[in-house]
Design a binder for this molecule. Structure first.
Ligand code: URP
Ligand code: ZN
Ligand code: ZN
Length: 465
C-alpha cells in the first residue's frame, strides 16, 4: 500500500511549509507540491490519498520515557503492549522507549529477554528500550555489552528508590566509565535516595501519612542534589548523561551549571510537571494518590521554567514517564504514602496537552513542539533521521493533526487500563486525525484502527562516542 498525504502544513523541528508527502511502503519517498496521484507509480487502487488541507503534518511523535511492563512497589503497572500501543498511537506517538527495570537479583540479559517478550508480536507502536542498571558486579558486566550490541544504546540508572532500583555509587562510577568507552548515554532518575528514605521515616513516624506528604518527603533540593551528583560523576568520567523527568527550577539550574562546565548533560522533563502542580497531590479523600509520582508535582512557579526551558531548547525533550496504576493499586498506600505506586498515566495525552497548553497558549512554537516531542529523542537516542523528522528516506511515521478540533480529555476515550484520567474534563484543542507507522494507518479520527503486532523493535547504536 502506498500513501499520499496532500496539501498538509509540514512541520519539522526546523521547517514549516505546505507540500505533499508520498510514501511507498514503509518509507517517505517524495516531498513535493502538487503531486498528481494519477502520475504516481503502482496500482492506483493500492494508493491511499489523505487530504490534509488545513491540517499539520508532523513526524511521528517519540516518547523517550515510558513504563509498560513494570514490577514496582509491590505490584505491576497495569498496561500491556496492546493497551499502551493503542493509547500511544491515538495520541500521535509512533515510537516509544520503555525502561527495562529488573529487580536487584535479576540477570540483565534475562530481564532484557523478558521485556522483549512483552512487546514482540503484541505492540502496534514501534518500540525500543533503555536498559536499567540496578546492579553492576564485575561478573555480570559482559551482559550489558551484549545488550548494547543487540541494539539497546542507552542505560538507565536510579539514584532514587533505596533498597529497590537504586544503584550504589561505586557501581555508578564504574558503569559511567564503561558507558563513556562504549559511547552509551546514561539516563538517570535523580533524587538522593538516602535523603528521601530519611524524610519518609520522619514524616510517617509522626503520623503524616497521606498522599499530600509525598511531595514534602522529596522536595526540590533532593532532586537538585541528585542532578548535581550525576553531573559530578559525568564530569569525572566523561560519560554523557540525560536527566529524566526533571521537574523544578533548581534541578534544571544544576544541569545547566554543569553544562556550562563542559559536562555533556541533556534534560528531559515530563508532561505532568508542565501542567499539574502540587495541589493535585493534596486533594482530599485520598484523591491525591492519583497524582503521586516521583519526582513529585511541584509548586506552580516551576511550570514556567519548564516551558521556557523547552522554548529556548535548553530542555531537550518532553516525555511522559507513563506509569499507569489503577485506583485500587493506588489504595495500597492508604496507610502510608510511601506505599502508593508512583506514576501518572499520560502516554495518550502528552501531545495534545503540549499543543493545547503550550502551543495555543503561546508558550511554544510548533517547530519547538516537534523538536521536544520527537526530534530530540531521535537524535539523542540514535534513531535520527529514520525517526523524528519528515525527510525522503525517513520512516513513514506521520501524524496528520487537526488543530481546530475541540473537545475534552476524558477516561472514556483513553486506551490505558488505568481507570482514571489525571486530566479529566480539561479542554483539548487539536488531535491526531490520521497516524501512520511505517506507512500503515493506525489511527483515524482519533480512533485506533491498527493491527496488533505490527510494531517493530528499533535497534539503536550508541551515538555518544
Ligand atoms: O513516579 C514515577 N516516576 N514512576 C515510575 C518510576 C520512575 O521513577 O520512573
Ligand atoms: Zn523515575
Ligand atoms: Zn520513569
Amino acid at each position: 500500500m502506498a500513501l499520499l498525504i496532500r496539501n498538509g502544513r509540514i512541520i519539522t523541528a526546523t521547517d514549516d511549509h505546505i507540500a505533499d508527502v508520498y510514501c511507498a511502503g514503509e518509507t517517505i519517498t517524495r516531498i513535493e507540491r502538487g503531486l498528481d496521484p494519477k502520475a504516481l507509480p503502482g496500482d492506483p487502487k493500492q494508493l491511499e490519498v489523505i487530504d490534509a488541507a488545513g491540517k499539520y503534518v508532523f513526524p511521528g511523535f517519540i516518547d523517550p520515557h515510558v513504563h509498560i511492563y513494570l514490577p514496582f512497589m509491590g505490584t505491576w503497572a497495569i498496561d500491556d503492549y496492546e493497551s499502551a500501543s493503542k493509547a500511544a498511537l491515538a495520541g500521535g506517538t509512533t515510537t516509544l522507549i520503555e525502561m527495562i527495570c529488573p529487580g536487584p537479583k535479576d540477570q540483565p540479559w534475562e530481564a532484557y529477554q523478558e521485556w522483549l517478550s512483552k512487546a514482540r508480536g503484541i505492540a502496534s507502536v514501534d518500540f525500543s528500550y533503555h536498559m536499567s542498571v540496578v546492579r553492576y558486579e564485575p561478573e555480570i558486566r559482559g551482559q550489558f555489552l551484549r545488550i548494547v550490541k543487540d541494539g539497546v544504546g542507552s542505560f538507565k540508572v536510579f539514584l532514587a528508590y533505596k533498597g529497590a532500583l537504586n544503584l550504589n555509587d561505586a557501581d555508578l562510577f564504574a558503569l559511567m566509565e564503561q558507558a563513556r568507552k562504549w559511547g552509551v548515554i546514561v539516563t538517570a532518575h535523580c533524587e538522593n535516595a538516602d535523603a528521601v528514605a530519611a524524610m519518609q521515616e520522619i514524616l510517617v513516624s509522626s503520623g503524616r501519612t497521606g498522599p499530600e506528604w509525598h511531595g514534602p518527603s522529596r522536595p526540590p533540593v533532593v532532586e537538585a542534589d541528585g542532578v548535581h551528583h550525576l553531573c559530578a560523576f559525568a564530569e569525572l568520567t566523561g560519560a554523557h548523561v540525560y536527566t529524566v523527568h526533571t521537574s523544578c527550577d533548581i534541578a534544571v539550574k544544576e544541569a545547566l551549571a554543569a553544562r556550562l562546565r563542559g559536562v555533556n548533560v541533556w534534560i528531559e522533563s515530563v508532561i505532568p510537571h508542565f501542567v499539574l502542580d502540587e495541589s493535585y497531590a493534596e486533594r482530599a479523600n485520598f484523591e491525591g494518590a492519583q497524582y503521586v509520582m516521583s519526582p513529585p508535582l511541584r509548586q506552580k512557579g516551576n511550570q514556567d521554567v519548564l516551558w521556557n526551558g523547552v522554548k529556548t531548547r535548553t530542555i531537550s525533550t518532553i516525555a511522559t514517564d507513563h506509569a499507569p496504576f489503577t485506583l485500587e493499586q493506588k489504595n495500597m498506600g492508604r496507610s502510608a504514602f510511601t506505599r502508593i505506586p508512583n506514576g501518572i498515566p499520560s502516554i495518550q495525552e502528552r501531545v495534545d496537552l503540549v499543543h493545547t497548553y503550550g502551543v495555543t497558549r503561546g508558550r511554544l512554537g510548533l517547530q519547538t513542539m516537534v523538536n521536544a516531542c520527537s526530534t530530540q529523542a531521535a537524535m539523542l537516542f540514535g534513531m535520527y533521521p529514520k525517526k523524528g523528522t519528515i525527510q525522503v528516506g525517513s520512516d513513514a511515521d506521520l501524524v496528520v493533526y487537526d488543530p481546530e478540533w475541540q473537545g475534552t480529555f476524558q477516561k472514556a476515550d483513553s486506551h490505558s487500563k488505568a481507570d482514571y484520567n489525571a486530566y479529566e474534563g480539561w479542554t483539548k484543542q487539536g488531535r491526531a486525525s490520521v497516524v501512520t507507522v511505517r506507512g500503515q494507518v493506525q489511527v483515524r479520527d482519533g480512533k485506533f484502527v491498527g493491527t496488533r503486532g505490527t510494531g517493530q523493535f528499533v535497534a539503536r547504536e550508541p551515538t555518544h562516542g
